[in-house]
Design a binder for this molecule. Structure first.
Ligand SMILES: Cc1ncc(COP(=O)(O)O)c(C=O)c1O
Length: 446
């Protein structure tokens, strides 16, 4: 187990400090303004659970860089694996040639994802690309064009993945006419905001069957249903188990493929290696990225073997399956498996959940606290009666946490997502809770 490298966060100059402000000015000049830039953090180095900025401030990272570095930043085993591989072989193009790490990683990951059936892997460079490969494999294999996605889902920004994405108005604005025309949307079961007269799972499943599949997109035209087991960018929404199992049942009954987008939920943070295990489902295709290579760019699409048996040249890329990236991914698998991170996720998650529930008792603005393992969503509302989303207050909370040395990220209209490193000590969990409490007092009063 990696030990914390710092006793706690430390703010020496109010962020952004003078050095950060210089970088921010250049960023404004040269970088695409489409990047959210949630907080004005200019990272210099990061180890374990801490990120240091260019002005010497140290932040406790409860977001793990959008749920990526959950094994801790610059984990020594991963750094060592990257350095070793970089000195030997940085690139063979993965369309035309082979390399050892590709085969080794494919063998290991196919044995770990849910389902004991034979599987194959396609490597890419991001979560969006992992979803693109899933879409293409499902359509190619079934020769059907239709897909079903859930409202509020986030599957990525490339045009295919964006066609399945409805997490926020800004995502599709000005692109609606360019979207894949073959996608039907069904409601995600969201217990805190349930529009149905019956419970959220039953209502959403009934809508999927009786409206979407019986009227909008018949099963014989539908290649796949794609699901985030927990909606990530949509607000860390944990659906009831019956909802996820119901989708699997509908897929099996109607001969539709099930794609699980585990780009955010994969790799230990839910207290399971993959979130599908918590729901007891075995998807036909699993999309992976984010934590997969500890912060190096990598996507993987893991599918029933026959779904990735397609003609050479049908789908490939230049940099996917890069040996250095895969060396990091192999070392990350060792860390996940040998350093007890799934158990740590449960322990950290339950400590965080009880602390956050206590805060919910005190602060009326916290409408909902939900989570699985150490993936936790905290939803801000204007008042508990109306449950009106309190976006502006959530944004001020994120900023207040940042200014006092805690990194957290927003998700959905008014939620905060916590996906901390799974190496946190109990004390560090408590430090994070105390900083959130102070931030709440600052933005919402008692
Ligand atoms: C569930 C899910 N799918 C796909 C993506 C897209 O991944 P990327 O940003 O690496 O393209 C994300 C990114 O947040 C995600 O959370």
């Amino acid at each position: 187990m990696q030990t914390p490298t710092h006793p706690g966060p430390k703010i020496v100059v109010r962020p952004p400090g003078p050095r950060a402000r210089k970088v921010i000015a250049e960023d404004r000049t040269y970088l695409s303004t489409s990047l959210s830039r949630t907080a004005k953090l200019v990272g210099l180095r990061a180890h374990g659970a801490y990120v240091e900025d260019v002005d010497g401030n140290t932040f406790l990272d409860f977001g793990s860089g959008i749920s990526v570095t959950v094994m801790g930043h610059t984990h020594p085993r991963i750094v060592e694996a990257i350095q070793r591989q970089a000195a030997e072989l940085i690139h063979v193009n993965s369309c035309d040639y082979l390399s050892l790490p590709q085969v080794e990683y494919a063998r290991r990951i196919t044995g770990l994802t849910p389902g004991s059936f034979p599987k194959r892997v396609f490597f890419s460079n991001s979560g969006s690309e992992a979803v693109e490969a899933a879409i293409k494999a499902a359509v190619y294999h079934t020769r059907r064009q239709g897909l079903i996605a859930f409202t509020g889902a986030f599957h990525g920004r490339t045009m295919g993945a964006l066609g399945l994405t409805t997490n926020a108005p800004v995502s599709r604005r000005h692109y609606a006419g360019s979207m894949m025309g073959n996608v039907a949307f069904a409601p995600f079961a969201y217990p805190y905001r349930n529009p149905f007269k019956e419970d959220a799972a039953r209502g959403a499943l009934r809508f999927l069957e009786e409206h979407v599949l019986d009227r909008v997109l018949p099963a014989e035209d539908c290649a796949a249903i794609i699901l985030e087991p927990i909606q990530g960018a949509g607000g860390y929404i944990v659906p009831p188990v019956e909802f996820v199992q119901g989708i699997e049942r509908i897929c099996r009954q109607r001969d539709i493929l099930l794609i699980a987008d585990e780009v955010q939920t994969g790799f230990a943070k839910t207290g399971h290696m993959f979130a599908c295990e918590a729901f007891g489902v075995e998807p036909d295709i699993v999309c992976l990225s984010k934590s997969i290579a500890a912060g190096l760019p990598m996507g993987a699409t893991v599918a029933r073997a026959e779904l990735l048996e397609w003609d050479p040249n049908t789908h490939e890329n230049t940099l996917g399956g890069n040996p250095v990236v895969l060396a990091a991914a192999l070392a990350a698998l060792d860390v996940f498996q040998q350093e007890g991170l799934t158990e740590r996720a449960r322990r950290i998650g339950s400590r965080l959940m009880s602390g956050l529930s206590a805060l919910q008792g005190r602060f009326q603005t916290i409408g909902d606290v939900r989570g699985l393992g150490a993936m936790i969503g905290v939803e801000f509302v204007l008042d508990r009666e109306s449950r009106e989303p309190a976006r502006e207050l959530r944004d001020r909370f994120v900023q207040a946490c940042f200014e006092s040395g805690l990194l957290v990220l927003g998700a959905g209209p008014s939620a905060v997502r916590l996906s901390p490193p799974l190496i946190l000590s109990d004390e560090e969990v408590d430090v994070g809770l105390a900083l959130m409490e102070q931030a709440l007092v600052r933005v919402a009063g008692e």
